[in-house]
Design a protein around this ligand. Structure first.
Ligand code: ATP
Ligand code: TZP
Ligand code: MG
Ligand code: MG
Length: 259
């Protein structure tokens, strides 16, 4: 994490109303600089200044999505990584339309979603309940299919995380089930992946895999400290772990496998 802390990338987050504060604190904890900006009058400038852009459609509106497209196109012009979190894809037709519109107008570097959301983007129905995954499918098969169809890097998260571009694939088995009991851990992860891609532009799959493994080990450490208390303590311990755990320390615990 020393490199991330040294480089202190600016992450322009266009995220949802539920997770804004948690995302900003999580990004500060790993050594990135978060900035949230939504107005169409300024998003292109903020995206131009940023080292990565996060588009998260958790609480979508027509206006914000239009603004996201402006920001995304500004980032594309500069070659800045753009991460899409299609929160709740498949839950409503409005969300599906907004995701399709973003994908049509913005060149997305990486899409991160739970298995239900990624399956929904591919047209499967009944894969999410609200914002939570409702399917048990092989995440490797799903991620590869999505990468091929959408022609972008795909991260499918869950008990096992998968990163693939369709040909190179990595699985990561770090993390803890309590991550699903605190809201916003998927959303913050989108921001963390944005930070990893911001500072490692050459090998994006490796960068994403390292971000996922580091995040998972931080959760394992947080659970070890908070398991006898509960999920509120886990959330705090998780932020503490993100701010104190070095990548060097975390690395020996990575359960990463190249397929
Ligand atoms: P959902 O809304 O379905 O909870 P999400 O968008 O919050 O999805 P998750 O798939 O929960 O995203 O991923 C967030 C983090 O939680 C990732 O780091 C992932 O590895 C981890 N995670 C999710 N489920 C588990 C699990 N059963 N065991 C270990 N880690 C998990
Ligand atoms: N509703 C709309 S966005 C959101 C909820 C509950 C947050 C989802 O966060 P995550 O990271 O997918 O758990
Ligand atoms: Mg979750
Ligand atoms: Mg989510």
């Amino acid at each position: 994490m020393s490199t991330l802390r040294q480089q202190n990338p600016l992450i322009h987050c266009m995220t949802n109303l539920v997770v804004t504060n948690f995302t900003a604190n999580g990004l500060l904890a790993i050594g990135a600089s978060p900035v949230m900006a939504y107005a169409k009058e300024e998003t292109h400038e903020m995206a131009e200044a940023a080292d990565a852009l996060l588009l998260n459609i958790g609480t979508p509106s027509e206006t914000v999505v239009e603004s996201m497209i402006h920001a995304g196109q500004a980032a594309n012009k500069k070659g800045t990584p753009v991460i899409l979190d299609p929160v709740g894809a498949g839950a409503t037709s409005f969300r599906n339309e907004m995701i399709a519109r973003i994908l049509q107008h913005v060149d997305i570097t990486l899409i991160r979603g739970n298995a239900g959301e990624i399956a929904a983007i591919l047209g499967e129905v009944g894969t999410v309940k609200g914002v939570d995954a409702q399917i048990k499918t092989d995440p490797v098969v799903l991620a590869k299919r999505a990468a091929e169809e959408l022609k972008t890097l795909i991260v499918v998260t869950g008990e096992q995380d998968v990163v693939t571009d369709g040909s190179r694939t990595v699985t990561i088995k770090n993390g803890h089930e309590w991550l699903t009991r605190v809201v916003g851990t998927g959303c913050l992860l989108g921001g963390v992946l944005a930070a990893y891609l911001a500072i490692n532009r050459d090998d994006k799959i490796k960068a994403a895999a390292e971000g996922l493994a580091y995040y998972g080990v931080a959760a394992e450490r947080a659970y070890a400290k908070a398991s006898d208390r509960g999920v509120a303590s886990f959330q705090l311990e998780f932020l503490d772990a993100l701010s104190t755990l070095s990548e060097e320390e975390a690395e020996s615990f990575y359960r990463m496998e190249w397929l």
